[in-house]
Design a protein. Structure first.
Length: 270
């Protein structure tokens, strides 16, 4: 897996296929595997780049210079500069959409098209922000994600009816269990606090091009409910696609639908 140094830390990324570039921005607590079906489908026609979040997958710890989602956007731009990539089609899910939209607002000339999936550009509602911060405090105190907490955190990412014995669910639960104390304290918890204390940038969304923007959301997404996606689509003036039988990580819960939607959108915009 290729690696580059950004802000003094090693950033690992997938670089597969050739053609117009599609940059996939991942969800918090997930590595490149959350995009496995999309990497396979899209890399037949496109060059697919998937940077792994700090402290996730093979990437190093979060750099000291990372204070906001704007920094994540700036770091993604630094990766594109190092790879000599002028323009991208950006597909960002969850925090990938949060920094992805900021990248599009920061450097519109670099964006050919953008898909915002299961994400929200408003501030985190105060009740959920406080709830997540309480979970971070428990993780910090334990130096791990304790078993009872695994069964609180893992279900957040899936539709309510998911089979908890399925490989998708169990593999994700095991990946949470595998985070070392060092990763949790240096990267995972600080990154979580940064994400959930983000600023509201909804008023900037009309700056995105309605013609080259698509909003998508799992129809059973709990942390980022479809109403939020509808609000963003209305502000941008673009269409909203609901992904059937999918929760937050819609890329894995309904990959065939997501792949088809992305391929259709990219065929018209990339």
């Amino acid at each position: 897996m290729p690696v580059t140094i950004i802000d003094g830390q090693p950033l690992h990324y997938v670089d597969q296929g050739s053609g117009p570039v599609v940059l996939l921005g991942s969800s918090y607590l997930w590595d490149r595997d959350m995009w496995a079906p999309q990497i396979e489908a899209l890399s037949q026609q496109y060059r697919v780049i998937v940077p792994e979040l700090w402290g996730h997958g093979e990437s190093g710890p979060m750099p000291a210079l990372t204070h906001s989602l704007d920094d994540l956007a700036r770091q993604a731009l630094a990766l594109l500069d190092q790879l000599d990539i002028a323009q991208i089609n950006l597909v960002g899910l969850s925090v990938g959409g949060m920094w992805g939209a900021r990248l599009a607002l920061l450097a519109p000339e670099r964006i050919n098209s953008i898909v915002l999936m299961d994400t929200y550009l408003g501030a985190e509602p105060e009740a959920t922000r406080q709830y997540y911060f309480s979970l971070f405090k428990m993780i910090e105190d334990a130096g791990a994600i304790p078993d009872p907490l695994l069964d609180v955190i893992a279900p957040i990412f899936f539709r309510p009816g998911i089979d908890r014995e399925s490989a998708l669910y169990q593999d994700f639960r095991k990946s949470l269990q595998a985070f070392s104390k060092e990763r949790l304290l240096q990267s995972i918890v600080p990154l979580g606090r940064l994400i959930f204390s983000r600023e509201d940038v909804l008023e900037q969304l009309p700056c995105l091009s309605a013609e080259t923007t698509l909003v998508m959301c799992g129809d059973q997404d709990k942390p980022r409910p479809p109403a939020e996606s509808q609000e963003m689509a209305d502000l941008i003036g673009c269409s909203l696609t609901l992904i059937p039988d999918a929760g937050h990580i819609s890329s894995r819960e309904n990959p065939d639908f997501v792949n088809e939607a992305l391929l259709t959108f990219l065929a018209n915009n990339a």
